[in-house]
Design a protein around this ligand. Structure first.
Ligand SMILES: *[C@@H]1O[C@H](CO)[C@@H](O)[C@H](O)[C@H]1NC(C)=O
Length: 222
């Protein structure tokens, strides 16, 4: 006797709408640009342009010659504060799912999400590593500006064209940033900082790659 078994897989799908309020998000981005002292056109509609503006501030400092890292991180913290004041959940505005449905192109959504993820690291867990070595890091950004921007644009293009090989592109980008973050007389930990910055950049799309950056053995535990 053959019983006919019908398995009904009942999948409860919760269609949770991201709570990011687009109008408030745009207003907070304007605030971010104002704090950075850059034109408001450098927003989520122009994320690679914004990336370059931030690199430029890292190199040249703020309008009143403040340290670039402080200018960027103060502005980033203000934006995060602005988003939470707007009673939206901050990180839902940076969520790739939200960005993809509200941007005009996937490339734009990803490269904005990537940048915010990198800033979250550079202004969070990575802050003191760079801050304690800022003279070095600033010189690195200065000397390797085009190289580092190239690491980013290559990654964004390649990852969108061939996402199946995404994890390889993540590794290439990590190596690219790590290699760029070396300078004679500067600590090797900055290689880790460069690598980790890029790894964090890639996370919104490629967390599944599970890559790791390592600090050279000779520095471990010191
Ligand atoms: C950094 O490199 C980019 C890309 O090559 C270039 O457009 C930009 O002007 C450079 N910025 C600085 C401060 O040198």
């Amino acid at each position: 006797m053959l019983g006919k078994l019908v398995f009904l897989a009942v999948i409860g799908v919760f269609l949770v709408d991201a709570t990011c309020d687009t109008t408030k998000f745009v207003a907070c981005q304007d605030k971010f640009a104002d704090k950075l002292g850059i034109d408001r056109v450098y927003n989520w509609l122009n994320p690679l342009g914004l990336t370059l503006q931030i690199q430029d501030i890292y190199i040249n400092g703020g309008v009143a010659a403040e340290r670039g890292l402080n200018v960027v991180c103060n502005a980033y913290n203000s934006m995060v504060q602005c988003l939470s004041d707007a009673s939206t959940t901050t990180f839902e505005c940076f969520d790739i799912g939200y960005l993809l449905t509200h941007s005009s192109a996937p490339n734009q959504a990803y490269s904005y999400g990537f940048l915010m993820s990198m800033l979250q690291y550079q202004c969070g867990a990575g802050f003191y590593l760079a801050s304690d070595n800022w003279q070095c890091m600033q010189r690195i950004y200065n000397g390797k500006n085009a190289t580092m921007y190239g690491c980013i644009t290559d990654f964004v293009l390649n990852a969108q064209e061939d996402p199946k090989r995404g994890c390889n592109y993540v590794q290439t980008g990590m190596d690219c940033f790590s290699k760029a973050s070396t300078l004679q007389g500067c600590p090797d930990e900055l290689k880790y900082y460069g690598c980790e910055s890029f790894r964090q950049y890639s996370l919104p799309q490629f967390a599944r790659c599970d890559k790791q950056c390592t600090i050279d053995t000779q520095y471990r535990g010191i």
